[in-house]
Design a protein. Structure first.
Length: 312
């Protein structure tokens, strides 16, 4: 290609463990009920099990199949995750081998629950400097770093993976705008030390998340030169249904134009946005040419938004 290089998202694919853990299952061991969890989080069940690399490979394989591509068509593999299989090597190396990707770059990226968003922007930069096709996977197995006796965390988390094939296009990019943010002084609100369990200050995260998501989304819309009425679907990080609803109300985007899968999957961190995107695409709620608003936030604290036109 000659001239400016933009990106288009060609396909998506997901993978979740077979094991379903319902609210009633948790109520058997925790001081909680299905009604309590549903009212405060919007979650009814979540999937648990598998490894980060196997879920990532399964989601990646489905994305490739839907795009009509083979392993040799991919130039770079980017795996956004907070729960790598090991400290070294990168989980992306294992996923690369499982998918049969040869002579490609492969690396992990950790930006908490904003990981998929950061990966999207990094992938756009790679395309701008020469890559033709990138496989981006958002994947996490939060069940492995959860104390299942800790009610405030155990009711939230799930495991899963979502992948997209990103392709270079000539001329204007389908990624109309993006902005990335981080405030390391807030790391104490949500963290997990080596060998430890997830810990979070849920109330403070709720307050900050709604504010920063709205500010970031409004900036992304302004940078793209579009308004909320132009957005066909808000695709947010699935942390808590009340956060999603509050942010949507402040942005002026109704729930019928919001991709929500937290009821089935819980909070899957880096996987939550591609899981929601895949559901919206597969159910026909997102069509070729639609404008999407992505919003993510999580540990760091990190947050990010982007406006993207779906399809070719």
């Amino acid at each position: 290609m000659s001239g400016p290089r933009g990106i288009a998202l060609r396909s998506c694919g997901i993978a979740v463990p077979e094991k379903v853990l319902t609210n009633d299952d948790l109520a058997a061991t925790l001081d909680t009920t299905d009604a309590w969890i549903t009212e405060r989080t919007g979650i009814k069940e979540r999937r648990v099990g598998g490894t980060t690399s196997t879920l990532a490979a399964e989601a990646g394989s489905r994305a490739l199949e839907r795009a009509g591509l083979r392993a040799e068509d991919i130039d770079v593999l980017v795996v956004a995750t907070t729960t790598p299989d090991a400290i070294a090597p990168a989980t992306a190396s294992t996923v690369q081998d499982l998918l049969g990707l040869r002579q490609v770059g492969a690396f992990d990226l950790n930006a908490g629950c904003s990981g998929f968003m950061y990966g999207l922007v990094v992938s756009a930069g790679l395309v701008a400097t020469g890559a033709d096709r990138i496989l981006l996977v958002g994947v996490d197995t939060l069940s492995r770093i959860t104390d299942w006796d800790d009610r405030k965390i155990a009711v939230l988390v799930g495991d899963g993976a979502g992948a997209v094939v990103i392709e270079a296009v000539e001329g204007p990019s389908n990624l109309l705008s993006h902005n990335l943010h981080s405030d390391g002084s807030l790391r104490h609100l949500l963290y997990c030390e080596h060998g430890g369990y997830l810990w979070m200050d849920g109330q403070e995260i709720f307050r900050k998340a709604v504010r920063v998501v709205v500010e970031s989304a409004e900036q992304a819309l302004a940078d793209a030169g579009v308004g909320v009425d132009d957005i066909a679907m808000l695709v947010p990080h699935q942390a808590n249904r009340r956060i999603i609803q509050a942010a949507g109300q402040r942005l002026g985007i109704p729930e019928e134009r919001t991709a929500i899968v937290i009821d089935r999957y819980g909070n899957t961190s880096s996987a939550s946005i591609p899981l929601a995107l895949d559901d919206a695409v597969e159910t026909g709620r997102v069509k070729d040419g639609d404008l999407l608003l992505f919003c993510g936030f999580g540990a760091g604290m990190s947050w990010a938004s982007a406006v993207l036109r779906w399809g070719s």
